[in-house]
Design a binder for this molecule. Structure first.
Ligand code: SF4
Ligand code: SF4
Length: 147
């Protein structure tokens, strides 16, 4: 991100009440709209605005290989495979190319932290409205000191 965004994130992380309010607002919004699982390292904009952490194996780089021929999940046959859904939506939105971006495994230390502030801090990839993925160097690796 930028020096300014890093300062905004640092300010939020120094003030627990503010941090909790931001994290709560994000949580309520994303849970309601995207069924967010609180991973703290959001890749929604790379995955056709569909949360890949809803996969029971929490796979972040495409399906596990067990998707049933009718598009249902091998673990929960009553549900659609989330990666089947992601591909279908990406095709509709013209965002299939974005699915080829490699995402590092989820860092469990970031669970239930604010992905918005993690993005501002430069810990995770930025939200991308564009249809092409950009190369971004993450500037921070440490998790926020508060939760
Ligand atoms: S990718 Fe992570 S932060 Fe984004 S909606 Fe899914 S669980 Fe929530
Ligand atoms: S079938 Fe799809 S949703 Fe089910 S575990 Fe495999 S990748 Fe995840």
């Amino acid at each position: 991100m930028s020096k300014l965004s890093e300062k905004i994130a640092a300010f939020g992380e120094r003030h627990p009440t503010l941090y909790k309010s931001i994290a709560l607002s994000e949580n309520v919004l994303k849970k309601t709209v995207f069924k967010c699982q609180g991973c703290g390292q959001c890749v929604l904009s790379h995955n056709a605005f569909t949360c890949c952490m809803r996969c029971p194996k929490q796979i972040r780089n495409g399906p596990c290989g067990g998707t049933r021929p009718d598009g249902h999940c091998e673990v929960y046959p009553e549900r659609l495979c989330i990666w089947w859904l992601i591909h279908k939506r990406a095709a509709k939105l013209g965002r299939v190319k974005k699915l080829s971006k490699f995402h590092i495994p989820a860092d469990r230390r970031l669970e239930n932290t604010s992905a918005w502030l993690n993005m501002f801090a430069g810990r995770i990839l930025p939200f991308e409205l564009g249809k092409k993925s950009r190369d971004v160097n993450l500037t921070k690796k440490d998790p926020p000191s508060i939760k």
